[in-house]
Design a protein around this ligand. Structure first.
Ligand SMILES: NC(=O)c1ccc[n+]([C@@H]2O[C@H](COP(=O)([O-])OP(=O)(O)OC[C@H]3O[C@@H](n4cnc5c(N)ncnc54)[C@H](OP(=O)(O)O)[C@@H]3O)[C@@H](O)[C@H]2O)c1
Length: 325
């Protein structure tokens, strides 16, 4: 038996219950993990609220965690009992003291990456890695726009992009967040609750527009983001913090300058184990070398996850949030 958060129905934060769950022995290719730190992500809110669909109910929540391997099943070769590992998994269920999961999703942690750091950056940091290095390859001299720049993914994106030589424009929802964004790689900060971010971007770029926009806010920023791009620019819509983006006519992309539009998700970029290990190695190296800021700005006991969800939804958090089992 172990304690875990389970939901029996979708809804507000109150649907999350701290309950005893049975633990199966790890089967072939699986490991049993004693979890020491769990990452809180906005995607957990989409599953809890019903915006994204869980395969069945009741169900666990949570996409990432770090911990120590307690047992391994048959056919597990490169992970052993006692290893410190972290994972991001597309089957929700990381809000738990213990968890059985596929070994091929686990990454061994180097000694200089603490558990809480790993739990704070696996999903967010690997997302920043594919966005900056693969979806659009940010180059020295690019000027880019990152929405929700003081958030979990946002801070990692901004600090890493700055290190790659980009000029970073970030949007934020308050003056306190503007300060956080400035300290973490943003050259220009726009409060999009007070200012017209399209007009600000036009002014900053001298009317030229941007090669890429990273937009995780969704519904409220999508149209404006298209207007920030230069001809042939790339619109990367990768989240729905303000709600999902409505359908668009493809010809709109032609009218706005033959734009490229992508709606990527991390799991397609790390589906293969070698891709996962290479991306994680690059992320850990970026943390080690100071290119990526790891800002675990909130910690909650896992049992208090409802409050953590309320704060994330209410835009009260900055950087990453970690839950402690
Ligand atoms: N596609 C992928 O593979 C992938 C992977 C990871 C994350 N994501 C997406 O990336 C985004 C960031 O995730 P995160 O966990 O790091 O969260 P986060 O950025 O720390 O939190 C979301 C932020 O969005 C901003 N926001 C704007 N409008 C909002 C609204 N109506 N309600 C709530 N927040 C609003 C808020 O910042 P301000 O107050 O500054 O506006 C808020 O702090 C999410 O949309 C998530 O789904 C996508």
């Amino acid at each position: 038996m172990a304690k875990a958060i389970v939901i029996e129905q979708t809804g507000g934060p109150e649907v999350m219950k701290w309950v005893d769950v049975e633990l199966a022995e790890p089967g072939p290719g699986e490991v049993l993990l004693r979890q020491t730190a769990v990452g809180l992500n906005f995607v957990d809110i989409y599953f809890r609220s019903g915006l994204y669909t869980l395969p069945h109910l009741p169900h666990g929540l949570g996409a990432e965690a770090a911990g120590v391997v307690e047992a391994v099943g048959a056919d597990v070769r490169d992970i052993a009992v006692g290893d410190r590992v972290a994972y991001v998994h597309n089957q929700q269920g990381s809000y738990a003291e213990m968890r059985v999961l596929p070994a091929h999703r686990c990454v061994k942690l180097p000694d200089d990456i603490p558990d809480a750091t790993a739990a704070g950056i696996m999903l967010r940091g690997l997302t920043a890695q594919f966005l900056l290095r693969r979806t659009y390859r940010v180059q020295q001299g690019d000027t880019i726009l990152v929405h929700a720049a003081a958030g979990g993914v946002g801070l990692i994106l901004c600090s890493w992009a700055k290190h790659l030589g980009a000029t970073v424009i970030g949007t934020v929802g308050s003056e306190e967040k503007a300060q956080v964004a400035r300290e973490n790689g943003c050259d220009h900060v726009i409060d999009y609750t007070l200012q017209d971010f399209v007009a600000e971007v036009r002014e900053i770029t001298g009317g030229k527009g941007l090669p890429v926009v990273y937009d995780s806010v969704g519904k409220e920023t999508f149209d404006g983001s298209l207007d920030c791009l230069r001809p042939l620019g790339m619109m990367v819509t990768f989240g729905n913090a303000s709600g999902p983006v409505p359908a668009i006519e493809p010809k709109l992309l032609a009218q706005k300058g033959s734009l490229f539009l992508t709606r990527p998700t991390l799991f397609h970029y790390i589906a293969d184990r070698q891709e996962l290990l290479a991306a994680a190695a690059e992320l850990f190296e970026a943390v080690r070398g100071g290119a990526v800021t790891v800002a675990i700005n909130q910690e909650y006991a896992l049992i208090d996850v409802a409050q953590a969800h309320r704060d994330l939804e209410a835009r009260k958090t900055t950087g990453s949030t970690v839950l402690l089992p």
